[in-house]
Unconditional design. Structure first.
Length: 334
């Protein structure tokens, strides 16, 4: 009788242990949301981290845009927020209201790519003035054709595609081109999903759009990259690792970030994930076709995280043209 009961008891114990292990694993979750631009980097890090942890920790990564991500983050709904621009004053106020302190960590550099359909034969380069004429609020309902931007361009409809208003990429582009974040015409096709924008530009000869360089690199056979003339030097440049790093692709180059909640650092899995992120960022950033920061920048970010330095280096205001060396100086001086 005893011999017959033991196997059944053992099976039951094994089953209970499996359920218990599953519950522990399910409880160990790192929640991330925010920028679609930063998403490929964070997703690549999350995959490698979960492999290294043999799936004992789950990492979820959402894409609700930089602004949408900060809304969740400042309400305490996520552990980490992906951001393609620094946190703004109004977002800082919401975080403060909810008792959310945070560590700001730059993880890469990005160039905003301006693209047209490959069948576009009339554009060789664009000035900031050209782009402003297309995108500024007063263009809505008025600038509808290419020849209204430049008279030598064709009498054909101008079809515009861009990120949604919750996107940090939209904020940065409008700040850099129009002079004020979120200041834009509203009659364009927008999406938080960059793949939708790729399809839109690739499907219409008269289209123009913008988003992060990495998404262009993934779809370069479907799109035509346009050089932008640097207003300070008068020289045109295409976004690339070299031009973003050396500062010649301006004003459409920018640092991108993750923000880590201080409260979430009570969870060891969040601390482990961020440490893993910073140690492996350079390799994985390049792997997903973004521009890695210099090694020194990642070391400074690791120190910032280890010392739990709260707050932002940007003061809650939108900034354009911050170069890598500027970022290093700010990090080093804090």
């Amino acid at each position: 009788m005893f011999k017959k009961i033991v196997p059944g008891m053992i099976a039951l114990m094994v089953m209970l242990m499996a359920v218990s292990t599953h519950v522990v694993a399910a409880d160990k979750i790192v929640k991330i949301d925010g920028s679609s631009t930063v998403y490929p980097i964070t997703e690549a890090v999350a995959e490698e981290f979960q492999k290294a942890k043999k799936a004992s920790i789950k990492v979820t990564v959402g894409i609700s845009g930089t602004g949408g991500g900060f809304k969740k983050f400042c309400r305490g709904e996520t552990d980490i927020s992906d951001a393609s621009r620094p946190i703004l004053k109004k977002e800082m106020d919401v975080c403060k209201e909810h008792g959310i302190e945070y560590i700001e960590l730059p993880v890469a550099y990005d160039g905003l790519a301006v693209m047209v359909n490959p069948k576009n034969t009339w554009i060789t380069s664009l000035t900031v003035a050209d782009l402003k004429k297309m995108w500024e609020p007063v263009a809505q309902g008025k600038i509808k054709k290419w020849n209204q931007v430049r008279s030598e361009w064709p009498d054909a409809p101008l079809k515009l595609f861009g990120p949604g208003v919750d996107s940090g990429t939209f904020d940065y582009f409008t700040e850099a081109i129009v002079g004020k974040a979120k200041s834009s015409r509203g009659d364009f096709t927008s999406s938080e999903d960059d793949n939708v924008l790729v399809q839109g530009i690739a499907g219409d000869k008269n289209s123009l759009g913008f988003f992060g360089l990495a998404y262009y690199e993934e779809n370069r056979d479907k799109l035509k990259l346009v050089p932008v003339i640097n207003p300070k030097t008068g020289k045109e440049a295409l976004p690339s690792e070299q031009t973003v790093m050396d500062g010649t692709y301006q004003p459409l180059s920018r640092p991108i970030f993750i923000y880590v909640s201080k409260k979430s650092l009570d969870k060891p899995e969040v601390k482990e994930f961020v440490e893993f992120y910073l140690k492996n960022a350079a390799k994985l950033v390049k792997q997903v076709k973004y521009v890695p920061l210099p090694d020194k920048a990642y070391k400074l970010a690791e120190e910032r995280f280890a010392k739990r330095k709260m707050g932002t280096l940007f003061g809650g205001e939108a900034e354009v043209g911050v170069k890598i060396e500027d970022l290093l100086k700010r990090e080093g001086s804090k």
